[in-house]
Write a protein that binds this ligand. Structure first.
Ligand code: ADP
Ligand code: ZN
Length: 525
């Protein structure tokens, strides 16, 4: 390798950087030598250079598989800016443009060809690739091949064909989110069993994780922004489109520069708002998860979730958009009992098959475990991605350790009450009514159903209403209480309830710290 084609000189000359970061150089050399690689690095760590540098050193065109058409255009534009010959093929193009790209590839005039997976696997495209010389295959967002992941794309399953047809061309699969389980699945399904794994650290030490109990979420959000991030750029994630608009309006009324963003808005308005978020300081984007993919704004100071994300992978990816510049940033979330009930119900009501429901249930459980943990949140988060770590000192649990209490008897009381109510088959009761019974409140509904005659009536006056909600949440997080498949969100016992009722298990529960409780009530005017 002459000096002008060494990885470092290409990095300097073409990309204008002085040195490689982390494992980039090792990965680059591994590929140049013709081997396969599986690369796991968090967003923003610099995955692209891992295949872009070897692509420019190996003879032929690098074929890059990418699932996001919008990103493809950006990547190709960025490479062309650098004077590199790049083009893409996807379903958004005119016939003429496709012909032009195909001819350029066949003549060997491209360094990079970006292709959407569904197009790559067509006969036409496979025949085209036979006509040129391929430097390497890069498979971006490789977790899309995993049915357990959060972003499964069936077209990815066909990509194992690449190896069968071009066994000598090195392949590199890249992803930002992968549990050890998903990692194995990627290796298996893409035929990358011989590939070397390069796993970067997933820790984002500058992000402070905080999860609070939800009571008046908009006020809590406002308090959080005013107290900790006044004037900062941030993203607020909500589950529904309506909620993004309502919340943005609310924040604006309170003097915060906020905008809503979701897939239901006209494309032009979305582009305009996104541009403003990127350009101006101190804008808060209130968005569904449609917002954020491929957005590279280094100084996002906070990411707030006012609804529970569906999985830890999703949570990690969304919170990872904060603090890309390495300066302190906050990942803040408020979650409550209603989130748990709603999500369990959504899974139950979904039209997905058994597999889908089981997977979604497992993802929700992992998310709830993160919310209810009495250990360092970062430790738990990293463990989810297969990484061991010490308590971080930079999350709410480390900074204000929650107290625990023996909640066994309380759990037995609430389980008995659920059992009693559940026997009244034609009636549906929610958590509020259940708690009224335990607290001995003679509400209209209690009187109407004579629930003051139940043996559990008034047995729970020693625990506050908020305390009961917390108990119920923790029982749901531990799958000791679940939501009935009746479509009404009725609470029900599970197989695990029996052991608790029989006193076979001690349940240590998280107590909301007095300080945190005070803080969440102490909402600024
Ligand atoms: P990822 O795909 O992992 O999210 P990118 O490949 O988009 O990350 O890189 C993130 C940013 O980091 C880009 O702006 C990129 O130019 C920059 N970057 C990557 N590697 C280096 C490096 N060795 N030196 C300086 N900047 C880098
Ligand atoms: Zn911690």
């Amino acid at each position: 390798m002459s000096d002008s084609t060494s990885p470092l000189s290409v990095l300097k000359r073409v990309f204008g950087y002085d040195s490689f970061r982390g494992e980039q150089q090792a990965i680059v050399e591994h590929l140049i030598a013709g081997h396969d690689a599986l690369v796991l690095m968090p967003t923003g760590a610099g995955k692209s250079l891992c295949y872009q540098v070897p692509a420019l050193i190996r003879p032929g065109t690098a074929v890059v598989v990418s699932p996001l058409i919008a990103l493809m255009q950006d990547q190709v534009d960025a490479l062309r800016e650098l004077g590199v010959r790049a083009a893409f093929l996807n379903s958004s193009q005119e016939w003429e443009a496709i012909r032009e790209v195909e001819n350029a590839f066949a003549r060997g005039e491209l360094d990079f060809l970006y292709v959407a997976p569904e197009r790559l696997l067509t006969d036409r495209c496979m025949r085209l690739l036979e006509r040129g010389r391929i430097a390497l295959f890069a498979i971006d967002e490789a977790h899309c091949v995993s049915q357990w992941g959060h972003d499964f794309r069936p077209e990815y399953l066909g990509l194992s064909r690449l190896h069968e047809q071009w066994p000598d061309v090195p392949r590199i699969a890249l992803t930002a989110t992968a549990t050890p389980q998903t990692r194995d699945e990627i290796a298996q399904r893409l035929g990358l069993t011989q590939a070397r794994h390069f796993v970067a650290g997933f820790d984002r030490p500058n992000i402070r994780y905080t999860i609070v109990e939800k009571n008046d979420v908009r006020r809590q959000l406002l308090g959080f922004i005013r107290e900790e991030h006044a004037g900062d750029s941030g993203i607020v994630y909500c589950l529904s489109r309506n909620k993004t608009e309502d919340t943005a309006e609310f924040l604006c009324r309170e003097g915060i520069d906020a905008m809503a963003y979701h897939a239901g808005l006209p494309a032009e308005l979305r582009a305009q708002r996104q541009a403003r978020f990127l350009r101006d300081d101190g804008v808060v984007m209130v968005a569904t998860i449609a917002f954020g993919m491929g957005i590279n704004k280094p100084d996002v100071r906070f990411v707030a979730h006012i609804d529970l994300p569906k999985s830890v992978e999703g949570y990690y990816q969304e919170t990872g958009r904060a603090g890309r510049d390495g300066l302190p940033a906050t990942a803040w979330m408020a979650y409550g009992l209603q989130d748990v009930v709603q999500q369990r119900k959504m899974i139950d009501d979904s039209t997905g098959d058994e597999f889908f429901k089981r997977r979604s249930g497992a993802q929700l459980d992992a998310m709830l475990a993160l919310c209810e943990t009495v250990q360092c949140r970062r430790t738990l988060l990293l463990a989810y991605f297969g990484q061991q770590s010490q308590a971080c000192g930079n999350c709410d649990v480390c900074l204000t350790p929650p107290q625990t209490w023996d909640g066994t008897v309380a759990a037995q009381k609430i389980l008995s009450a659920i059992y009693r109510l559940h026997r009244e088959r034609d009636q549906r009761y929610g958590a509020g009514h259940l708690i009224d019974i335990l607290r001995g409140k003679r509400t209209e509904k209690v009187a109407q159903h004579s629930h003051d005659t139940l043996s559990v009536f008034g047995v729970g006056q020693d625990v506050s209403e908020q305390g009961w909600r917390s108990v119920l949440r923790q029982l749901m997080a531990a799958n000791i209480v679940t939501v009935d498949g009746d479509g009404y969100g009725t609470l029900a016992l599970t197989e695990k309830s029996r052991g608790v009722l029989k006193g076979e298990q001690v349940l240590m529960m998280r107590k909301e710290s007095a300080r945190a409780a005070a803080r969440s009530r102490n909402i600024m005017p």
